[in-house]
Design a protein around this ligand. Sequence first.
Ligand code: CAA
Length: 395
Amino acid sequence: MSTAPISLLEPQSGEEAMMLDIVRKIVAEKVAPRAAEIDLKAEYPNDIKAIFAENDLLGIPIPSEYGGLGGSFLTYVKVVEEIAKACAASSLIVAVQELGMLPVMIGGSEQQKKAWLPKFASGEWIAAYALTEPGSGSDAAGSMHMRAERVEGGYKLNGTKIFITHGNVADSIAFFAVTDPSKGPNGITAFLVEKQFPGFKVGKREHKMGIKGSPTVELVLEDCFVPDSHRIGAEGEGFKIAMKVLDKSRPGVAAQALGIAEGALTFATNYTKERMAFGKPISQQQGLQFMLADMRTEVECARLMLYEAARKCDEGAADITYWSAMAKLKCGDVAMSVTTDAVQLLGGYGYCTDYPVERMMRDAKITQIYEGTQQIQRLVIARNLVGKWKPTGKG
Ligand code: CAA
């Protein structure tokens, strides 16, 4: 009997194979036919969310004792990728549920996990993650203004978060706020805010280039009382929780990017086999063949890197931070270049909304920006190589 390890490209178990079959069927029958309309109407697709919830896609990596599927992280990223091949906005329904519940999974007490994780897994609660502020994007710790003041029985939160994916449809949102400004990153604390808490307000909704079916909003907290029971982790642990969450959520964005790239490449390849020019299909022009070959090579490189990063998340490897940043960097850049080339391969048709590749190109751009820009991924990777410079005060 062969003892060779199964390639990460293959399903790792019968459960994973079954899950991916179910997802491919849902995508073909329910998601793909809706993708253009979701983009055009810029509507959060409640119907798709309900189908994902019915099929247990919202709690794949949540352990079964907390109501989830207890699946691997690798299965989770493969599911996000499958959905994103047809509709990037729909893939965020799964990916942002993961992002928003991770603070509880990583920093929550046993009691909080038992109370909240089943609600995320079933879809009873839609989740969101609120870190970014008007003056604080890349410099998430140094420029944070949201304050949490200690009061009897809990905290009073004041401040504004922006660019919060699903903030207007979420039932509970992980917020990060400064409890002790003298301590820098170690003076930030995490909280779970439920939408019915007095003082919680949804502000402006952004009008975006892509992922239009995935709403992005401002959230305002005005003297919002958050009870002690809703503080996640100890005071001052919030920034580390936020960073550990991003270590595990960036592969989700990478999976979305990879799915978009694969969707565009498949469409463009088929198109070149049909489209005739100079008496033969354009796929027979060497210039275009070289483009297709480069696109395929880049997509496969990105996939291998992402699956390895996901495997490391499953193992709790020490170098997750480094690998998830590299996977997000590679997959985001590949998504942008492959979708741009796909538009080029379709020529004028590629630029028109009758074909999906222009939507895919618009959707790809955000994967180079959110959950840390590509420049921040490079900073994280470089710090793992050479360390963070700490001035000593000596010449
Ligand atoms: N795991 C655990 N701890 C970590 C960590 C990690 N991955 N990264 C940093 N830390 C710890 C550090 O060890 C340090 O702890 P000590 O003080 O005890 O030494 C502390 O956190 C502060 O870290 P740094 O000194 O590295 O902090 P920094 O301010 O120099 O930079 C950064 C950190 C990497 C630039 C970080 O701010 C960052 O990732 N910025 C980008 C933020 C981001 O990705 N935002 C996206 C928001 S989410 C989004 O887009 C969601 C959406 O809706 C889809």
